[in-house]
Design a protein around this ligand. Structure first.
Ligand code: DAH
Length: 353
């Protein structure tokens, strides 16, 4: 037994240094200590020995097992460490390499324009309010001095859901809603950005769905001068400090007098070019002094209160400002188009560009 144990020991000593990977060491472990391993097999021979022989044999068997286990464990530690070192060398991280930039979304140009306009009016003391896109005839038309069968309704080809329900054709119904909601009938300033719908055939300049921003100021002694001053600030903010505004008489049922407002051309400065079609002026919005019927119908005493209102097309402002020629580009969700307006005010630009 001692001899056999010595043989196994010598064999292991010779073999173990050649085991240069953890897989090899594991195989060696099976060879010696596995169910049918050399050491295991040898210990089975114990049964054939006499009582006295067993004592000595047991001792050398234990020594052998101990030796084999320790040798294998040591070898395992050694090769594992080597393997780890190699792996670390291979997977070395270079912290000076530039990081990967994950693609980030961009602010939609219409959102950007809307936020710019909101910010401007909030800085002038306006509240931002909203109203329902599914409106009723009462708010979209009747309370705005457009009774049923009024010819001016035709100018806004409306999507009707029922006789009385419709998709709002303008943000102006929020004027009526705001005045009606204000039970104390106190003065206020609001803007209302939102989506509006018209039964238009879509082409480069028309969309059945687009965005407006409504403005309404109601108070005592509000005059056309206030309207003009406000819209001047608006025009300069959106189209540049040098811009002037021009009021042209127009007609809207809910305002009297009504004006179409032009801004001096930001491309040619007024000399005449393709954008302003040679006139030096570009139409940007409709506005006017709130019609007394509207004030009275919404519970404001028109003898005491006056007000001004305006309605801006967000797509129109964005198209003018960015030189976009097809309104459908706003809704096609082509990332190549949208990401051109990636600059977030006060935020960061996409650094991958
Ligand atoms: N609601 C009008 C439209 O969609 C735009 C408008 C014109 C709004 C004059 C106003 C206004 O508030 O005073 O065509």
């Amino acid at each position: 037994m001692q001899e056999k144990a010595q043989k196994i020991k010598t064999m292991l000593e010779a073999e173990i240094k050649n085991m240069t990977s953890s897989t090899m060491v594991n195989e060696l472990k099976v060879k010696y200590l596995g169910k049918k391993g050399l050491v295991t097999e040898l210990s089975k021979e114990m049964g054939t020995l006499s009582q006295e022989e067993r004592k000595e044999a047991g001792k050398s068997l234990n020594e052998l097992r101990h030796f084999v286990e320790e040798s294998i464990q040591n070898q395992m530690e050694e090769v594992s460490q080597k393997e780890l070192d190699e792996k670390l060398k291979k997977e070395k991280i270079d912290p000076t390499l530039p990081g990967m930039t994950l693609p980030i979304g961009s602010v939609h140009p219409l959102t950007k324009i809307t936020e710019e306009i909101e910010e401007l009016f909030v800085s002038m003391g306006y509240s931002v309010v909203s109203g329902p896109e599914v409106e009723d005839d009462l708010h979209n038309f009747q309370l705005l001095n457009l009774p049923k069968n009024h010819p001016a309704r035709d100018s806004q080809d409306t999507f009707y859901i029922t006789e009385e329900l419709l998709l709002r054709s303008q943000t102006s119904p929020v004027q009526a809603r705001t005045m009606l909601k204000n039970k104390e009938k106190t003065p206020f300033r609001i803007i209302c950005p939102g989506k509006v719908y018209r039964r238009d055939d879509d082409d480069a300049t028309h969309s059945h769905e687009f965005h407006q921003i409504e403005g309404l100021v109601v108070g005592e002694n509000i005059s056309v001068a206030d309207l003009k001053g406000t819209l001047e600030i608006f025009a300069k903010k959106m189209f540049g400090e040098k811009r002037e505004v021009r009021f042209r008489p127009s007609f809207f049922p809910f305002t009297e007098p009504s004006y179409e407002v032009d801004v001096s051309c930001f491309q040619c400065g007024g000399k005449g070019c393709n954008i302003c079609k040679g006139t030096g002026w570009i139409e940007i919005l409709g506005s006017g002094m709130v019609h007394p019927n509207v004030l009275n119908d919404c519970g404001y005493d028109a003898k005491k209160y006056t007000g001004f209102a305006f309605g801006v097309g967000v797509e129109r402002v964005a198209m003018l400002k960015y030189g976009i020629t097809d309104i459908r580009d706003f809704y096609a969700n082509d990332i190549r188009f949208l990401e051109q307006y990636n600059r977030v005010e006060g935020g960061r630009e996409d650094e991958s560009k």
